[in-house]
Design a protein around this ligand. Sequence first.
Ligand code: HT7
Ligand code: ZN
Length: 873
Amino acid sequence: AQLIKLTDYEETPYVIETVSLVFKLHAEATEVVSTLSLHPRARTPAGTALELDGDELKLLSIKLNGTPLEDDAYDAAPDKLVVHNPPTEPFKLEITTQINPAANTRLMGLYLSDGIYCTQCEAEGFRRITYYYDRPDALSVFTTRIEADKASNPILLGNGNPQETGRIDGTDRHFAVWHDPHPKPAYLFALVAGDLTCISEKYTTASGKPVDLNIYVEKGNEQRAGWSMDSLVRSMRWDEKTFGREYDLDVFNIVAVSAFNMGAMENKGLNIFNDKYILANSETATDLDYEGIETVVAHEYFHNWTGNRITCREWFQLCLKEGLTVFRDQEFSSDERSRPVKRIADVVRLKSRQFPEDQGPLSHPVRPTEYKEINNFYTATVYDKGAELVRMIKTILGADGFRKGMDLYFERHDGDASTIEDFIKCFEEANDTDLSHFSLWYHQSGTPHLKASSSYDEAAKTFTLELEQTTPATPGQPEKEPFFIPVRFGLVGPNGEDIAYSKAEGARVDGDLLCLTERKQTVVFHGIGSKPVPSLLREFSAPVKLEAGLNRHEQIFLMRHDIDPFNRWQAAQTLMSEMLIEMTNGDIPAGKDAFISALANMAEDENLDHAFRGFGLMLPSEKDIALEIGKDVDTDAIGAARDAFAKEIGASLYDTFERIYSAIEVSETFSPDAASAGKRSLKLRCLYYMAASGIEGSAALTKAHFDAADNMTDRMGALNLLVTWNLEGAKDGLQAFEKRHQGTALAMDKWLSIAAGAPNEDAVSTIRTLTEHPAFSWDIPNRVYSLIGGFLGSNTRGFHKADGSGYDYLAEITLHLDKNNPQVASRLVKSFGSWKNMNAERRVKAKAALERILNADQQLSTDVKEIVERCLD
Ligand code: HT7
Ligand code: ZN
């Protein structure tokens, strides 16, 4: 496959001003007539060929200005259409293609999901529908006419506003015409046809414009779409209030489908969602699902401005829309829920998904410079680290400066296909500042390590902080420059309050923000009356790995007293992680008892909200510890140490946990609000430790929690504990859950993922058996992500089993899935990204499995090949 390079970017020689599409929908032979109005750019030399993208296309006919083209005037292959010598004046090209939605197992382009026609065009799916400039900088005005059988497809939806509907004379078919006045790239094109029902709401924008909101679902699911509608309305209001952005069409439609490769898609005026991110009720969705729906609905809606009105020049700029939009959805959820809790949740996600990516063979810059398959770059680095970079801009400029930059960005680039450089320039110009050093974050990959040490001079009343940053080499970038790192900090005095300093020297320090620019910097704070404990990187102000240079006593002090909730949580995590690593090495950690007692205080602290206390109790995952250890990892030793620690904490604090568990009352009518969810989560966290303790009665209590559950959070949470700790009642619980939820796919996905994560001597055999279960299907990504993704992501001991069975299995299913859906296969095969951190025994097996994929007797997709090659590099 071809290597695509940022430096090769060139404008298209022709401009497509308008596109008129007619879809004659038939499951196995859909005809697409595309009429393009084109003109050459002023600089385009006469005779320059018009080259349009295709993918597995069959051309039926081609006309230029109404006349069929002679055979020698064009070349058509499934992946390309070349028109030789197009006119030098504006012209019309009519292209008719035939496609087969029923056979489209890749779920890119036009496909059928459970009898519903739907599309997915980002990143390069439109070229599977018709020949086109399938690239984000080709903006055009689209009109779409959809024709289909009326009885089986009563609903016909397109982008933009509805224009016309009617019957097609003498047939059982009908049509609808949609027009989108906003020029857009092809990746935002969408079409839906099927037998759907919807819930609707009227919305009035801040300036008084009415908008019809509709959420379409399969019949019978309408009662499960209410939370999504609620989330949508709140998102629309929030964007008006926070960023001054209003919606810009008469209708906003969302459709939920069951077969979808990713979470959702922000098509203009017609968002298409994986049903997992739309459907919810207390019986089938957990609190985490409700939160996920709120986030994803908001995220896709926010793309209307950051992504659609201002899009990307090419796919290297993906973080321009994704990083910024993730930042916006994070801010929305922080405003709707608890800001510190949301920050912790986002950092947990970043550290568990992006940090491993950045420390392994798949590491790449937030704004990459080359790729083979763009689908492989929808990564945690582009999305989550991309959001961190936007957050740092806000930290550096302050809220007002940030808003000024955003306002300028919206004003200056509305209607553009832009770049990261354009984005940064808006912040620089709006704030009269220079962000060139900061911009390195977009181009230099890897997670910086920040090492701190400090000393106090009582006589001089000075506190000296030494900070050193190093960034390990990453693929293609052996040498690293120092980053511009904003460090929020406090100097915590003996009474737990921050000490004010009179002067700071050695770095740019402004209030509680210290900006590092060099590899090594020494900062001296004057006027410090007593020895402080430095609290660094408050609110996780930069995506770095901090070695704070504090002893256990000081960490416990911060855990108890820091005014920054994030760093209270972080102190607990650091302690747990350090102790778990020592236990993995067979050592007994110093200060364990003091830590466990501080943990009890945090868990019982009524001044903290329930969700925060739940997070405070969270043990780092086995994967987190493996990453922290970094080399020669033995996952069995990590798992055993972690189990032992949980058991010990559970046994020592059993009474505390029981007290907290019993005291929390959750209202009888289910509500997904943050406060109620926080209560459920703290209760379940207490139950986790009680279940781990092995103390008599704990298994029965866990089973009773499961039996009494009247919502999915409690039912799934308790079942997970029964299975994780292999308690009496686990088997019955699994059966009862299955009986209750069979037939509800999204609920059965949870059952699959619990079973997949269970520690088990022969995990691969268990997974194989589950692939035969009626609830599982290789064709629906949600099923695959739940079972196989659950195994790879949560069953660390099973996947990294020393005999290599987990690696062999991943190789086998990668090859299996790659035949039908390369995107799904490539997402899963990324789990090999950590193989170099394993011990020698495991590394040999993993390498052999990767080589087996590469040398298999089958044509590999570009998606899978690129990932496997990078892993082996
Ligand atoms: N912008 C959307 C990305 C997406 C996608 C990409 C490749 C293949 C399938 C896909 N489905 C959705 C989702 C988002 O980030 O908002
Ligand atoms: Zn997005």
